[in-house]
Design a protein around this ligand. Sequence first.
Ligand code: FES
Length: 121
Amino acid sequence: MAETFICKKDELQDGERKIVAVGEDEVGVFFHQGRYFAYSNICLHQGGPACEGLIIAKTQELLNEDRTSKGLSFSKDQTNFVCPWHGYEYDISTGECDSDRRLKLRSYQVVEKASDIYVVS
Ligand code: FES
């Protein structure tokens, strides 16, 4: 197991990300709601930079009892990052594609040591 230095903790604020080289892969490291997440930056659709697009609350459609639409709203529980090429959305807390949970980006462990952050590969 190799550890790749990412940055000092105070260089990555909540809601931000860094894209870094980890071995042969490019990895997106996110700091979200006090936790670190790291995923391969290669989109499962056509290889775009999956981790480099918008970070946004999941958009969900609210339904009436008769299944007609009440309109769209933003989730309070799930945040996604969006591949900038064609819009595949990935759950920031799992790396799963929001529209097809069978698709999941390769994830990496993130460790904190003193004031530093590392990705384990
Ligand atoms: S390459 Fe990412 S959505 Fe198409």
